[in-house]
Design a protein around this ligand. Structure first.
Ligand code: FAD
Length: 733
């Protein structure tokens, strides 16, 4: 999508066009840290947020009882509608063709062969994604570049983001023998490469339930010499809602005023028609059944050897790993508005079907539940992400990009942000423009890519806010300020969206100024004190209509990090805006008379909602379309200003730390620096650094394959070697 929007002729190959954007597992988007990723995708011009707003059937803003750094939106989607909407959006995109075919191989020109011949060599691999399409049979005249045009890679990658070999991708070969020329190929095969489903003792090849796997492409990638891993994931059974006794479960409603994912959405489509989810619990009987049958789970029988997502363990894993826990929470979640299918969140399993049925019967309310589809586990091939550059281009093959689950990640959101970044960078490369490389201090997307390419992963990688060094800076409310200018630069933000973005920034700045200039008068004080005795004027969880979050201490919360407050609170997220939820405040603020409103807002118990009547009078244009009720969009803008003021101290501290870090990156590497004696630096790193001899640490970190860990070692050794030189000079004089 990104490549097409950036003006390139793009083709998307998939095994089944009817299943584009099929949600393989839980039809839910967002959750802690994952919601941040979706906001970032949206801010850069991606489509996941808007599509979710159009098809979400329950929205909740998680973690509002904690600091704003960890607030995160989550939506239960209509699974079928998500797929259809996504296809509609893709099909309406100029420059994008959608094709159903199996990609069997990549066409790769090898450096050795190209030295001998100008004919392409056909390496054994495959591809899909959004290559600039150029059928080899009838070459499209509008294909943006030809392979010959890419000879001057210096100009395309002035910052030395070039792959380390000269092998390059020329296109893809389909299973039926057709070839398609492309200047860049992005592979996003999810769990399809050599996928193998396990359900009890049964195992069969599949990409996911009901779909064939992709063996040819999997083998082809191995033949190209890309290091691969074997990972595993799983899914729970689905039930027929008509056979469930709903009276036995606690309801979990959505927020009364849903928070959209997209900065461009004014109101989510199902704002007034949200559905409930329900909370269920396992019983002692459930645990007995699982304990007695755990040897039949492929995980425990040794049938599955690969590693699954640690933060989303199977129900059998939970019983084994938390033997003292007498019950585990489950969530019954509707899969859509036009279906009775129910997803049992928290019960991912690969136990045999008959054991799954027994387990369900042991849960009060599910005694007569009909199972529509059993749970299963799937093993699949992924590629070691240390094979990748920061652009998500492979180091070994120029023009070949990988994104999504194939890179070892675990969820939709992690896949989406990579797909977007790979699309952007593939397009920039084809256009001969510098790549878009985000910094860890400006986006979770950058943290994910940085972690993957520098450390690799031996289990499906999931995003957490705790992975960020400066998370108060990486909030959901400021993702647009952090990233929309990048999206605009690369051509993904339309004029209308850009103008709206600029107008919003202006509104926020003027509101902030107003709060920083205005002193509290007696009339204002009266209004605040009157308003503060009304319930629901705080942004505690309950005030937003969100049910209380699950306790972070519970293994159930640990097992559903996407739904719950499972991450530890810390100073860097800032204290909670309102510690006491919707408790009316009765404090006397007369001592604050004459203080600036911004100063007053720094008090933990004062929220911006209390100031709304005052602001409404002082800046009516801000509330123009919100005569009585404050819309979620306006509320989010107000909260954003509040956060900037309330946590100004923390933000300032973090900004200083970021500046120190950036300064360190500008640090000069002296000419005399000896990479040979830096212990802990791998031979590969030493060779790369010696070859380029970077002048600064920033330059060192931009060398393809040089990891942040290697750069920090060099940083430390500059000090050590400088001291040794000083000592040697003193001794010799
Ligand atoms: C059983 C299971 C449970 C999961 N549970 C969750 C969960 O609870 N939460 C969560 O966030 N994520 C979950 N995931 C993961 C989530 O589905 C993926 O992370 C996400 O969809 C990955 O996106 P992707 O674009 O990388 O691949 P996918 O969405 O899997 O898309 C892969 C695409 O590649 C196409 N393809 C593959 N090979 C070829 C080929 N050779 N030629 C042409 N086309 C090809 C397929 O047709 C498909 O369209 C689960 C996945 C599975 C299978």
């Amino acid at each position: 999508m990104a490549a097409a929007r950036m003006g390139l002729k793009t083709a998307l190959y998939t095994l089944n066009v009817d299943l584009i954007a099929q949600m393989s597992c839980n039809p839910a988007v967002g959750g802690i840290a994952k919601g941040h990723l979706v906001r970032e995708v949206d801010a850069l011009g991606g489509i996941m947020g808007e599509v979710t707003d159009a098809v979400g059937i329950q929205f909740r803003l998680l973690n509002t009882s904690r600091g704003p750094a960890v607030w995160s939106p989550r939506a239960q989607c209509d699974k079928q509608a998500y797929r259809l909407k996504m296809r509609e959006v893709l099909e309406s995109q100029p420059n994008l063709k959608i094709k159903q075919a199996e990609v069997a191989e990549l066409i790769v020109e090898s450096s050795q062969l190209s030295a001998l011949s100008s004919q392409p060599a056909y390496g054994g691999t495959a591809a899909l994604g959004c290559p600039a399409e150029r059928s080899s049979a009838s070459q499209s005249p509008s294909a943006t570049c030809h392979s010959e045009e890419r000879s001057d890679e210096e100009s395309a990658f002035p910052n030395d983001h070039r792959p380390t070999t000269n092998d390059r991708v020329l296109g893809i070969r389909l299973r039926d023998g057709r070839t398609v020329g492309a200047q860049a190929v992005i592979i996003t095969t999810g769990t399809f490469l050599n996928g193998l489903i396990h359900c009890g003792e049964q195992q069969y090849p599949a990409g996911r339930s009901g779909e064939p796997n992709a063996v040819l492409l999997g083998e082809a990638l191995k033949n190209l010499g890309l290091r691969h891993c074997r990972l595993k994931t799983g899914t729970p059974p689905r039930l027929d809602g008509r056979s469930i006794d709903w009276s036995r479960f606690a309801e979990q409603p959505g927020d009364p005023d849903p928070t959209p994912f997209s900065f461009r959405t004014k109101k989510v489509a199902h704002h007034d028609r949200q559905v409930h989810c329900y909370i269920a619990f396992t019983t002692a009987e459930t645990h007995r059944i699982i304990r007695e049958n755990v040897h039949r789970s492929p995980m425990y029988s040794g049938q599955i050897k690969s590693v699954g997502p640690r933060y989303c363990p199977s129900i059998e894993d939970k019983i084994v790993k938390f033997p003292d826990k007498t019950t585990h929470q489950l969530f019954l979640e509707p899969e859509g508005l036009n279906t009775h299918e129910i997803y049992v969140n928290g019960m991912s399993t690969s136990l045999p079907v008959e054991v799954q049925l027994e387990i369900l019967k042991s849960i009060p309310g599910l005694e007569t539940a009909e199972m529509l589809r059993p749970g299963y586990a799937i093993e699949y091939d992924s590629i070691d992400p240390t094979e990748l550059e920061r652009t998500l281009e492979t180091k070994k093959i120029t023009g070949l990009f990988l994104a999504g689950q194939i890179n070892g990640t675990s969820g939709y959101e992690e896949a989406a942000c990579q797909g977007l970044m790979a699309g952007i960078n593939a397009a920039l490369k084809v256009k001969g423009e510098p790549p878009l490389i985000l910094d860890r201090t400006e986006a979770y997307t950058a943290i994910l890519i940085d972690d993957l390419i520098s450390k690799g992963t031996n289990e499906p990688y999931r995003m957490f806010t705790s992975r960020a060094e400066f998370r108060l800076h990486l909030r959901i409310d400021n993702a647009d300020r952090r990233l929309t200018p990048h999206g605009r630069r690369v051509g993904l933000i339309s004029d209308a969206a850009w103008n709206e973005y600029l107008a919003k920034q202006q509104r926020l700045a003027s509101l902030k100024q107003l709060l920083e200039r205005t002193k509290l008068t007696a009339d204002m004080l009266e209004s605040i004190q009157h308003f503060s005795t009304q319930p629901s004027t705080h942004v505690g969880t309950a005030a937003l209509g969100c049910p209380a979050e699950q306790s972070s201490a519970s293994p159930s919360a640990y097992c559903h990090p996407e739904r719950s407050a499972s991450e530890r609170s810390s100073a860097v997220e800032g204290p909670a805006v309102s510690a006491n939820g919707d408790e009316p405040t009765t404090a006397d603020y007369s001592s604050a008379l004459g203080q600036l409103l911004a100063q007053l807002l720094k008090r933990p118990e004062i929220t911006i909602e209390l100031l709304i009547p005052i602001l409404r009078q002082m800046q009516p244009e801000f509330f123009a379309e919100n005569t009585s009720v404050v819309s979620s969009q306006l509320r989010n803008e107000l909260k954003s200003v509040e956060t900037e003021i309330k946590y100004a101290g923390y933000l300032h501290q973090q900004q200083k730390a970021i500046e120190r870090l950036k300064k360190a990156e500008q640090r000069q590497i002296p000419d005399w620096f000896d990479y040979g004696i830096v212990s802990g630096l791998s031979r590969e790193m030493k060779e790369k650094l010696l070859k380029v001899r970077p002048r600064t640490l920033a330059q060192a970190s931009s060398i393809p394959g040089v990891t942040p860990a290697a750069v920090s070692l060099v940083n430390v050794y500059i000090e050590i070697q400088a001291r040794r030189r000083e000592q040697a000079t003193t001794l010799s004089s």
